[in-house]
Write a new protein. Structure first.
Length: 308
């Protein structure tokens, strides 16, 4: 655990949400707080109908332990720890659309330190320890798209990432797939860098729920990179790209990817390195040339009309 004090857990920034009460936490320590028992709740009072951001990070310590995050009974994320010792980081930023009133944010673990099993942790601590939280914060949501829309994995609207701990090269994606926001406009391309959990199975890319393309991983390939043009997207509503792939089979070997994932391998559909939206330079030049041509033609026609 870090020695530097952290902000109180849970806490809020801004005045859009207020914590009514919390239960199932240990007293605050310099590094954060333990959840005690198998369910921890935070009841918040939302003062306006708008989007908020829930950010949380921490560690799991027990073999076979799973952490489920839910809001008003709706599951947001599930993290699992399949290794036999040491800490397994978890963390995510979730975008929430909450109506005015009270809402319950719950963190549930299937095993705590008093659960029977071959591997235990903190045997000298009398508390029934669940997960160690180093961050738990509510704040106003960021704008719909990031300031730089090229890298989309850090956007709070991104869903499907099972593990977002520090130092990750590849991040695991759940069986439901990865969903990222994309800006509106024309001439945009989606660039992707992914690794399949199951060789030979295709990736399906959808835009606003409609199929865009299907990509099959060539034999012998591990890292798959590509670029696909996006359809023209109007600016009157949010847009999202979803990438789905078949979930990998159960696999308990600690290879270079799974050792970093801190999730059960059978939950992973693929691993993602980067998702970007770009506009090819040629498209920009073409638009500029077309506009210049229109201006020139319009000027000639105007002069002819004046002289005629």
């Amino acid at each position: 655990m870090a020695d530097a004090p952290v902000p109180p857990i849970p806490h809020v920034t801004g005045d859009l949400v207020r914590i009514q009460r919390s239960s199932g936490f240990s007293p605050q320590e310099a590094w954060g707080r333990w959840s005690v028992g198998q369910r921890t709740e935070v009841v918040v009072d939302v003062r306006a109908d708008r989007h908020l951001q829930l950010a949380y990070q921490g560690n799991l310590f027990q073999a076979g332990q799973r952490l489920t995050v839910s809001v008003d009974g709706r599951v947001l994320q599930t993290f699992a720890y399949a290794n036999a010792g040491g800490a397994a980081p978890f963390g995510a930023r979730s975008r929430l659309h909450l109506s005015p009133g009270q809402h319950v944010v719950a963190f549930t673990v299937n095993r705590s330190s008093r659960s029977p099993g071959p591997v235990t942790f903190a045997p000298d601590d009398p508390r029934d320890l669940g997960a160690a939280f180093t961050t738990l914060r509510f704040s106003a949501d960021a704008p719909r798209t990031p300031a730089n829309p090229a890298d989309l994995l850090g956007d709070p609207q991104t869903t499907g990432l099972l593990f977002t701990g520090p130092g990750q090269i590849f991040r695991a994606v759940s069986g439901e797939g990865l969903r990222v926001p994309v800006p509106s406009g024309e001439g945009l391309h989606l660039e992707y860098s992914v690794v399949p959990a199951r060789a030979g199975h295709p990736f399906h890319i959808l835009v606003d729920g409609q199929p865009l393309t299907r990509v099959t991983v060539p034999a012998g390939r591990t890292l798959l990179k590509g670029r696909v043009p996006l359809p023209s997207l109007p600016d009157d509503r949010p847009h999202a790209v979803t990438i789905v792939a078949a979930a990998g089979p159960p696999n308990h070997t600690a290879d270079y990817l799974l050792a970093q994932s801190a999730v059960r391998p059978e939950q992973v559909s693929f691993y993602v390195d980067e998702i970007r939206v770009s506009r090819p330079p040629g498209a920009t030049r073409f638009v500029g040339q077309a506009l210049a041509l229109l201006v020139a033609v319009g000027t000639v026609l105007l002069f002819r009309r004046l002289l005629g």
